[in-house]
Design a binder for this molecule. Structure first.
Ligand SMILES: C[S@@+](CC[C@H](N)C(=O)[O-])C[C@H]1O[C@@H](n2cnc3c(N)ncnc32)[C@H](O)[C@@H]1O
Length: 272
């Protein structure tokens, strides 16, 4: 059976690339994710008048929030190697009535087409865990930040995920088994602080946010269903076992006993 590689490495080559636009927008609208995003933007010290770059900007759910913080003189650019994502981000920004202070460009984070020392803030959110060349992306982020500017990154750490399910062994086979085979770096979150220190950034700080869901939000539901499907595809569990696992999750949610948590690690530092 076909190995389900991480779709975010190459969205445009997926069978239904537009489904990832929907997925990111649904995730972004989840109330706990909205809070997480706002906290990250405060942590990255985004404010009026800045020139900001987001690497791996997807549908622009974060760049649209940044645009609202910049005032009339700031500018935010989102770069993404997916044409589907870049097109969706432009459409969604227009629909939100955001003008020229927000630009979405097609491009690879490992080869940014910007001069050195250009941006006050450079950040990437839930990108590094998905890519094989995250070291090159980080180096490029650092290159285009100005001296005194802030580089900030945030990733989930799938080693921190908890799900209260009566069948813990099956849960581990599905959840741990899939992320270890699917993502280039599923435990990226915990590495971010050390990576920024090793890059020579000053005053590196770490902040860990806990995403928690007790109502089985559409985003969490879709993610758990996809994990179960991928576990079957990878031969980790049988289709009936995966179906039983999901049915139990839905039963727990229906009686108000669903509990899911996942840590998001954010690190920021100042370029010398
Ligand atoms: C999970 S999405 C996150 C999007 C957005 N940052 C957010 O949090 O909603 C990961 C994004 O990284 C992009 N990506 C993948 N490889 C990349 C690369 N080499 N450089 C920059 N972005 C990349 C994908 O196209 C996708 O839009």
């Amino acid at each position: 059976m076909k190995r389900p590689l991480d779709p975010y490495r190459a969205i445009d080559r997926q069978r239904r690339p537009h489904s990832y636009v929907d997925h990111l927008e649904v995730r972004g609208r989840t109330p706990a994710q909205t809070r997480l995003r706002r906290r990250f933007l405060r942590f990255a010290r985004i404010g009026p008048g800045q020139r900001v770059l987001e690497v791996g900007s997807g549908t622009g759910i974060i760049t649209r929030d940044v645009a609202a913080l910049l005032g009339p003189r700031g500018q935010v650019i989102g770069v993404d190697p997916s044409r589907v994502m870049t097109g969706a981000a432009r459409r969604l920004a227009r629909a939100a009535g955001i003008g020229p202070r927000l630009v979405h460009a097609f491009g690879d984070g490992a080869r940014l087409r910007f001069a050195a020392n250009r941006f006050d803030r450079v950040f990437a959110v839930t990108v590094l865990l998905h890519v094989a060349n995250s070291a090159a992306i980080l180096r490029e982020m650092l290159r285009v930040a100005r001296p005194g500017g802030i580089v900030a990154v945030q990733d989930q750490d799938f080693g921190s995920l908890t799900l209260d399910h009566p069948d813990r062994a099956l849960t581990a086979r599905i959840m741990d088994g899939v992320v270890r085979r699917m993502y280039p770096d599923p435990f990226s979150g915990r590495t971010l602080f050390g990576r920024l220190v090793r890059l020579g950034l000053r005053r590196v700080r770490l902040a860990v946010y806990v995403f928690q869901d007790t109502t089985l939000e559409p985003y969490t539901h879709a993610m758990l269903r996809r994990r179960a499907e991928n576990a079957v595809r990878l031969g980790l569990v049988s289709a009936p076992a995966a179906a039983r696992w999901i049915a139990e999750i839905e039963r727990l949610a229906a009686i108000g006993q669903f509990a899911f948590t996942l840590n998001y690690h954010a690190a920021r530092g100042i370029k010398s």
